[in-house]
Design a binder for this molecule. Structure first.
Ligand SMILES: Nc1ncnc2c1ncn2[C@@H]1O[C@H](COP(=O)(O)OP(=O)(O)OP(=O)(O)O)[C@@H](O)[C@H]1O
Length: 265
């Protein structure tokens, strides 16, 4: 059943049509990947799906509710969280504090309670701390709680960003190149993490250049080229599509994807 439904989505910058009439039907609990060459419009699309960019045209419905035109906090409140291609962690905070910032949507605390530092506030903070610890463990960062973010290696920061986004308890998690800059072992860890998050019921929209990762985790792959749909379907079908091989994967990438598929057959 479709959870996130997009139709006719478009965004231009000057004369450039970065996203040009995109339709998406993203099923509840699925991993829906968006791939395409550099400059295809993937990040622009994610920016519209998270309210960072306002679309020029089109509709973005989450469970039937129209979100297009709402600000980013409206998308967040509706249940769409995201990570960024360039890390957006707070480097002057610890890992735990970073994750706690992601929980603010779920914290109910009046200004009076905050000023008076009531017991209710203390309870809310303790609950938030506990949930953040559990999330750090879930993304493989147990033991890093009190480490300042600026002392963490890049691979750990990528997972920290995912933990912070998950702290908002989103219905849809948008991941913009979660494996960028990671080595093969770290990329496999992200692969397993994505599969665990999806298995727990969070719908995932993944933008990623690492084709091995995309082929492994995706239920559905959408190929964007020059802002438009080039192809979409099951990972194996997309990897075999000659238009995709030519525009994006290249002969080498197509062969790798097909080998991957054969190994999992
Ligand atoms: N804020 C902006 N102002 C002007 N042009 C933009 C803006 N954002 C994106 N673009 C342009 O829109 C096009 C699509 O960019 P986008 O970053 O979405 O591509 P992409 O598919 O994510 O590429 P990559 O894989 O390299 O990250 C590019 O030509 C880019 O220069």
């Amino acid at each position: 059943m479709t959870l996130l439904s997009v139709s006719g989505l478009a965004k231009s910058f000057g004369g450039l049509r970065a996203v040009d009439g995109v339709d998406l039907a993203i099923s509840r609990g699925s991993v829906h990947s968006i791939i395409g060459p550099n400059g295809a419009g993937k990040t622009c699309l994610i920016n519209m799906l998270s309210g960072v960019y306002r679309p020029d045209a089109g509709s973005i419905k989450l469970d039937g509710r129209e979100l297009a035109g709402e600000p980013a906090h409206g998308f967040a409140a509706a249940g769409i969280a995201r990570t960024f291609q360039n890390l957006q962690v707070f480097f002057n905070m610890t890992a735990l504090e970073n994750v706690m910032t992601g929980r603010h949507l779920h914290e109910r605390c009046s200004l009076a309670a905050a000023l008076l530092r009531t017991r209710a506030l203390a309870r809310a903070e303790a609950a938030s701390r506990k949930a953040a610890r559990e999330l750090l463990r879930a993304v493989g960062l147990a033991g890093w709680e009190d480490t300042p973010a600026d002392a963490m290696p890049y691979g750990a920061l990528k997972r920290l960003e995912i933990a912070r986004a998950l702290a908002a308890e989103p219905r849809v998690l948008l991941l913009d190149e979660p494996a960028a800059g990671l080595n093969a072992t770290e990329a496999r860890e992200i692969d397993e993490l994505i599969q665990r998050v999806a298995a727990a019921g969070t719908t995932i929209v993944l933008v990623e250049h690492n084709m091995a990762l995309v082929m492994e985790v995706s239920d559905h792959v959408f190929v964007l080229d020059h802002g438009r749909k080039l192809a979409e379907g099951a990972p194996g079908d997309v990897a075999r599509d000659p238009r995709v091989v030519e525009a994006y994967l290249g002969a080498e990438g197509g062969a790798a994807a097909q080998q991957q598929e054969a190994e999992h057959a």
